[in-house]
Write a protein that binds this ligand. Structure first.
Ligand code: T3D
Length: 263
């Protein structure tokens, strides 16, 4: 059987390819289990400092695989909430909590939970031919995998409401203009740019990057005082790392820093 997810080990980072191109990389249980396992492995692999996700073929990810197994059958309707919790939401939680930056290179359509997967990532680059579709409503479902959380935060409430209620596609350039993603780039240069960015982050100060993710995760639920306290605590920790010492040494010696990723 073909692997639903391909993982390439790059120096300091991992390239993760969704690999069901004939189905626009729609997610089934084995793909979701494989992705969850990849992120579990990354979490304990201290040689990995960043991850890049992309799709094989012309799509990024068409969301949950639509098949008879997700439709009401003789045994009654399936429990889609349980499916979401066990698979899609478990994956979203791992990506958001990952200590390493996770980059998405959206190479084509990202629909339903596939759009949520992209939005869960820390930095999203998309090729000009890509688009983002909140496809849930088109089939009578509600957003899941975090779309109703991410969208109002990144594009504002008015746009989020329209996108979630209509399921209309947003082309990559518009997604970038709206702040839904970091950048839209030429299709031909997408992987080159995404790989260069991932490599750059992999060579960054890993202890600081992990703590920046912690700060951002808390930012929207904290008040200013609480966030300032968290910044103080994490800055105290960052200030004790070998990477901070190297950063200052490099500055004083007028050379690029060679971060080790050590605490
Ligand atoms: O269980 C739970 O936890 C519930 C969770 C749900 C979360 C969700 O993700 S709900 C949303 C599920 N996804 C969708 O509704 C998207 C369905 N796909 C589409 O609407 C369209 O395919 C696209 C807009 C994404 C792209 O359209 P287009 O015209 O570029 O491609 P296409 O011809 O529709 O698709 C190409 C092939 O991929 C085609 O197969 P075929 O006919 O060549 O053999 C199509 O059936 C297949 N495909 C696309 N999306 C899915 C899929 N097959 C299974 N499941 C899919 N989601």
């Amino acid at each position: 059987m073909t692997d639903p997810v391909l993982v390439e080990e790059r120096p300091g980072w991992r390239l993760i390819r969704l690999n069901r191109p004939d189905k626009l990389n729609a997610m089934n249980e084995s793909m979701l289990d494989a992705l969850i396992a990849v992120f579990d492995a990354i979490e304990i692999d201290r040689s990995c400092h960043a991850a890049l996700i992309t799709g094989e073929g012309r799509g990024f990810c068409a969301g949950q695989e639509l098949s008879p197994s997700v439709m009401p059958g003789p045994g009654g309707p399936p429990d889609l909430g349980a499916l979401a919790q066990r698979y899609h939401h478990a994956l979203a939680r791992r990506i958001r909590a990952a200590r390493v930056p996770v980059i998405a290179a959206v190479n084509g359509v990202a629909a339903g939970a596939g759009a949520s997967l992209a939005l869960a990532c820390d930095i999203v680059l998309a090729g000009h031919s890509a688009s983002f579709v909140q496809a849930f409503v088109r089939i009578g479902l509600v957003p899941d995998t975090g779309s109703s959380f991410y969208l109002p935060r990144v594009v504002g409430e008015a746009r989020a409401r329209a996108l979630l209620l209509t399921g209309d596609a947003v082309p990559a350039v518009q997604a970038a203009e709206w702040g839904m993603i970091w950048k839209a780039v030429d299709d031909a240069s997408l992987m080159q740019e995404a790989e260069a960015l991932t490599q750059r982050l992999a060579q960054g100060p890993a202890p600081a990057l992990a703590r920046i993710k912690q700060l951002l995760a808390a930012s929207f639920s904290n008040d200013l005082d609480t966030q300032l306290d968290l910044e103080r605590d994490l800055q105290r920790e960052a200030g004790r790392t070998e990477d901070f010492a190297e950063g200052v040494r490099a500055f004083l010696e007028k050379r690029p820093a060679a971060f080790s990723g050590l605490e």
